[in-house]
Design a protein around this ligand. Sequence first.
Ligand SMILES: Cc1cc2nc3c(=O)[nH]c(=O)nc-3n(C[C@H](O)[C@H](O)[C@H](O)COP(=O)(O)OP(=O)(O)OC[C@H]3O[C@@H](n4cnc5c(N)ncnc54)[C@H](O)[C@@H]3O)c2cc1C
Length: 466
Amino acid sequence: MSDLERVEGWGLSTASLCHVERPTDAEGVRKAFSLAAERGWTVGLRGAGRSYGDASQNDGGLLLDLQEWNRVQGWDPETGIARVDPGVTVEQLWERVVQDGWWPKVVSGTMTPTIGGAAAMNIHGKNAYKVGTIGDWIQGFDLISPSGDLHCSRDENADVFHAAIGGFGELGVMHNISLKNHFVDSGRLMEYPFVEPNLDAMFDHFEELRQDADYCVGWIDAFAGGSSLGRGQIHTANYLSADEDPRGLALRPPDKQRLPDRLFGVIPKSIMWRFVRPFAHPLGMRMINLAKVIAGEYAPGSKSPYHQTHAGFHFLLDFIPDWKLMHGRRGLIQFQPFVPADAARAVFGRLLRMQQERGLVNWLTVMKRHKPDPFLMTHGLDGWSLAQDFNVTDKNRAALWALCRDMTEVVLDAGGRFYPAKDATLTAAQFQRSLGQATISEFRALKKRLDPDTRIQTNLWRRLMA
Ligand SMILES: Cc1cc2nc3c(=O)[nH]c(=O)nc-3n(C[C@H](O)[C@H](O)[C@H](O)COP(=O)(O)OP(=O)(O)OC[C@H]3O[C@@H](n4cnc5c(N)ncnc54)[C@H](O)[C@@H]3O)c2cc1C
């Protein structure tokens, strides 16, 4: 058992002191729950700590870091089903399955999260509108809760299955997670870039493109105003059959997928964020966003389709490890509202204008399309999300939190939702309003059954559900 350790959220804007324990199996978790009960400590769970805010911190209590419990327990290339320990990462999973011609159905924009953490947050990818969330592809898992062990699937303890996925780790430790992967013939995709002059064009073209695309994602220059408000780019990608891409078969081994260690063959990726650091202020970011717009419009070949490996397409953000450090000492928060389809266009326009009016424009804006899923605490809905990275400084912190509070109200009025993995600013009242009291009560009843003493708690739980 460690002395108190400093543990940060990925965005660096929140930190806590916790006793950290690193179990490597189910017995280790059970022992930790008993020890915490003896000492009267609460227990928080942590995967790779890639949630932006306070989801995997437990100030003053015990924190179970599950990263070292990390073996792929089973893999069947006939059915595409993998069975993994909670600490197996998205990277470990794709490395294991890709050589047999499979790829995870749902991956995040970084390959570093654990499957336990991904399941607990019910992550989505750039194909959310088509395949839903990771939970849609999980077949079952075992759950260790303070009141005992359960197996959960759609047929067994289905209520817990649907609440633990997306239940941000509050019902117990998920392990022995089996999930279905997607068969791919080729080790690469065909990617298509598009330039869009404003928000209307972003929405209209995205809606049209996604009908035939396996993946579709938008990027917006949040600094552009007036008639260019919401201008940006859309990238789609499609799987390729063996006939379409016979050479793609040779790209299935993991070493052909791995991202390069050096950019342009020269600069070690690990120091790349330092090159962006001089631009890490509102003017610099306005220039970088503009440069991306200009490059998308005028750079040679910028509008032509091209082949891209699966890893290269999905994990763009991993090309610059630790890029968050460019945000400086106070880091960043992400604000990612999910808004029903009929309201999203007006709401996103309003959010972009609000941040421009207050001089607090976010630096990186990503737009995705989603569909509903059957999980109790889900952020998934028939609509759109807009992920926005806001730089945090001592000086802007109060104003930024006030902006997020006000933007949240706009989203709530439109029937929108939020994603605990990306949140740092919601209040309990706002979060509970987004899901509705019936859902919150149902979740609380399950929590009471599985964790009668509310032993499992994180900072996020205390902020949103206390
Ligand atoms: C650069 C970047 C890009 C991202 N892109 C996306 C994206 O495209 N789509 C998306 O959906 N998300 C995205 N995310 C968010 C990320 O996928 C989620 O925050 C994910 O939950 C992180 O997994 P983790 O292993 O780091 O878990 P942590 O952040 O450590 O924990 C997340 C939650 O899971 C709980 N938990 C952890 N392990 C278990 C377990 N075994 N059983 C039960 N509960 C557990 C924790 O208590 C916590 O509440 C991104 C994050 C980053 C940093």
